[in-house]
Write a protein that binds this ligand. Structure first.
Ligand code: ZN
Length: 215
């Protein structure tokens, strides 16, 4: 095959996205401020970028750590004074590519929890910061601000990454959430068109290239 027959994906560039073929075609997501509500700033990050987060609370959407053998270092008297204080972390254990394992009431309960605890800087992260992280940030806007699913998804994609909310399961979840919580009834065929449009924006070849590891 001649070199000019090879399909090379377009470069994607925005404030928070670096697309580098040499680095296994992976984008990098340091904590990015996505939206604010009631003085709480919500951020998105990937599994590496989250280490730079200096806020109050991390919502870890992956399954790591998952085992019962994990020990909280703060509970070991001889070691707890030797660590740098990190933000509190909630681990959700959300299956990759799937809808979240929570009730529709979870998102507003989480927002209330942040208000009660005076957490004003809160970050969501998964592995690459796309599917689960994008879905969580869109769900927060739908549940807590009354946004519609299209606006919520587009805002996360525009500010954070075009690959956010990465499949039909996750866009479908967000439309269902909007219907249930905001009583927004959308005609079935219109909803299909809107979902198709949102899912077409996902470059599946690129997603495939990015999926070199998953947790
Ligand atoms: Zn990205």
């Amino acid at each position: 095959m001649k070199l000019n027959q090879l399909k090379i994906p377009k470069l994607i560039k925005n404030n928070s996205t670096r697309y580098n073929i040499k680095m296994n075609r992976r984008c990098f997501h340091k904590p990015t401020f996505v939206y604010q509500q009631d003085k709480i700033k919500y951020y998105a990050a990937d599994i590496y970028g989250i280490n730079e987060f200096k806020g109050h609370l991390v919502i870890n959407l992956t399954k790591i750590p998952s085992g019962g053998a994990a020990v909280n270092i703060n509970q070991i008297d001889t070691l707890k004074d030797h660590i740098i204080e990190k933000p509190k972390e909630i681990i959700l254990g959300w299956e990759d590519f799937m809808a979240p394992p929570v009730l529709s009431s979870f998102w507003s309960a989480l927002h209330e929890y942040c208000i009660r605890n005076s957490f004003t800087e809160v970050a969501f992260h998964c592995m690459q910061g796309h599917g689960r992280t994008g879905t969580a940030l869109a769900a927060m806007q739908i549940a807590c601000m009354g946004s519609n699913a299209v606006d919520a998804i587009e805002l996360v994609r525009e500010i954070h990454c075009q690959l956010a909310v990465e499949n039909e399961v996750q866009t479908g979840y967000l439309f269902d959430l909007d219907e249930e919580l905001n009583q927004r009834m959308i005609d079935y065929s219109l909803r299909q068109k809107l979902e198709d449009k949102l899912n077409k924006k996902i470059n599946h070849d690129l997603v495939e290239n990015l999926n070199f590891f998953r947790f």
